[in-house]
Ligand binder design. Structure first.
Ligand SMILES: O=C(O)CCC(=O)C(=O)O
Ligand SMILES: [Fe+2]
Length: 226
């Protein structure tokens, strides 16, 4: 299940990110990669514990909290502090699966990565290449979104970023531990939630809304580990 979540950041917030990026010290992205992905990763990142990553990470986290589509599709339990990457011309990230467990920087805790996320921060016409390509059982999906938009996809998916052939691709990326670990259960809850929202618009007083909302919460009660 891939979900496109538009406008998690406003154009002003995207501009603030680019302003900070222009002054920041970037480091080799291989520092946070696992053994296999380090071999195919060619990009730059802001250091995890830098004040820049913390300031911009907070912007992203606040954007996520305001997004009903993010909450409904991901059912977040914990969000990894957002990281930021940059692909200059000729940089790319080959095919890999993200590490299942990640230490949360600055804490003794760890997060299970159920959902992976990329928030695009460069306008699509400012660079060529740099598509995020995600494989699932229905084939491969190529994603390049307007600055400020987010894509979420199962962290279990093989994915890669194609080489940037012109310009610079900037993004935020992070992982989420979901209250519902199983992707097919999450997808069912998301479909049900969207159907309830639609029915509420089409037939606002429908008695079926009460029953369907009950089914939603009772499924969540069975499947969620809050
Ligand atoms: O840059 C992206 O869109 C994805 C980055 C990624 O796959 C990773 O850091 O694991
Ligand atoms: Fe990845």
């Amino acid at each position: 299940m891939m979900v496109h979540i538009p406008q998690v950041l406003t154009p002003e917030q995207v501009s603030r990110c680019r302003e900070v990026f222009a002054q920041a010290k970037w480091e080799d992205g291989r520092g946070t990669a696992g053994h296999q992905s380090a071999q195919v990763k060619r990009n730059l990142q802001l250091p995890e514990d830098s004040p820049e990553a913390r300031e911009l990470g907070d912007l992203v986290l606040r954007g996520l909290e305001r997004s009903p589509l993010f909450i409904s599709s991901v059912l977040p339990q914990r969000v990894f502090p957002p990281l930021f990457n940059r692909y200059d011309t000729r940089m790319a990230f080959g095919s890999h699966v993200d590490n299942a467990i990640r230490p949360i920087p600055g804490t003794a805790e760890r997060l299970r990565t159920d959902v992976s996320a990329t928030l695009f921060l460069s306008e699509p016409d400012s660079y060529d290449g740099g598509e995020l390509v995600v494989e699932d059982t229905y084939g491969s999906h190529s994603v390049k979104l307007p600055a400020g938009d987010l894509i979420v996809y199962p962290a279990s998916s093989l994915h890669h970023v194609t080489p940037v052939t012109r310009g610079v691709r900037l993004a935020s990326f992070f992982w989420v531990q979901s209250m519902v670990r199983d992707v097919s259960q999450r997808a069912l809850l998301f479909d049900l939630d969207m159907a309830i929202v639609r029915l509420n618009q089409e037939v606002p007083q429908s008695p079926s809304l009460v029953m369907l909302t009950g089914v939603y919460h009772n499924l969540l009660r069975q499947w969620a580990t809050p």
